[in-house]
Design a binder for this molecule. Structure first.
Ligand code: SAH
Ligand code: MG
Length: 220
């Protein structure tokens, strides 16, 4: 990585704790973030990224599985300053090509493997690998399926992180009349996933009001 050209300091606040950390962006990462902004690519929020980096610093995962690559931003951020191997799944061809380009430019192609498939059909591509961290960040309506399919590959001290759990606050919004039918359906599915997670006896799960809502599930 080049020297940092821009440093963003992020405060992750809740009622009792403030976590302060920094994200460092070189020219290439600044370009990737700008591309995401211009093209409305929903990359992880800065405070969410700080939180995820912190979990990675503590956990030191060897193998990470990410569902939802988009343009490779979160993969690159997880891989830099650590030595993990990342397997990341993306079904959109334009995103996939952009991710490959960005990952190559950051010279992380030896540690980030992008799988161009629908994650509902990519199990065989990774089935021989054990993962220390699974990051779910793709179609929200399918979170329960992703969780069920891929946690079979989680190491026994592994961790699952799910992004967008609060979905711009809509998950806790009771004002359904203002939502379109499809949005309401999506919110209902995310709520079902909350229930599924919190009732899943095999995991201790916490949903944090960080970024767009991040759930951390740890195998009991
Ligand atoms: N993790 C990225 C953002 C991912 S955005 C980051 O923070 O930088 C969500 C991505 O998931 C989109 O690019 C979308 O195309 C992809 N996606 C959604 N459903 C998917 C599925 N079933 N299989 C594979 N990719 C999927
Ligand atoms: Mg996300």
């Amino acid at each position: 990585m080049e020297d940092a050209k821009e440093i963003v300091t992020v405060n992750v606040e809740d009622a009792k704790a403030v976590v302060t950390n920094t994200l460092q962006f070189d020219d290439k990462l600044i370009k990737i973030r700008d591309y995401a902004k211009i093209n409305n690519v929903p990359i992880i929020k800065d405070d969410g990224m700080v939180f995820l980096k912190m979990l990675i610093d503590i956990k030191k995962p060897i193998n990470i599985l990410e569902i939802g690559t988009a343009i490779g931003y979160s993969s690159i951020m997880m891989a830099k300053d650590s030595n993990c191997n990342i397997y990341t799944i993306e079904r959109d061809e334009k995103m996939y090509n952009e991710a490959l380009k960005n990952i190559n430019e950051c010279k992380l192609n030896d540690r980030i493997n992008v799988i161009f498939k629908d994650a509902l059909e990519a199990f065989d591509d990774v089935k021989n690998i054990k993962f220390d961290l699974i990051f779910i960040d793709a179609a929200k309506a399918q979170y329960t399926k992703f969780f069920e399919i891929y946690t079979k590959l989680l190491n026994k001290d592994g961790m699952v992180v799910c992004d967008n759990m609060l979905f711009h606050g809509l998950v806790n919004d009771t004002n359904y009349e203002n939502m379109s039918r499809s949005l309401r359906g999506l919110v209902r599915k995310l709520k079902n996933f909350h229930e599924y997670l919190l009732n899943n006896e095999s995991y201790n799960s916490t949903i944090y009001d960080i970024g767009d809502g991040m759930a951390v599930s740890i195998l009991k």
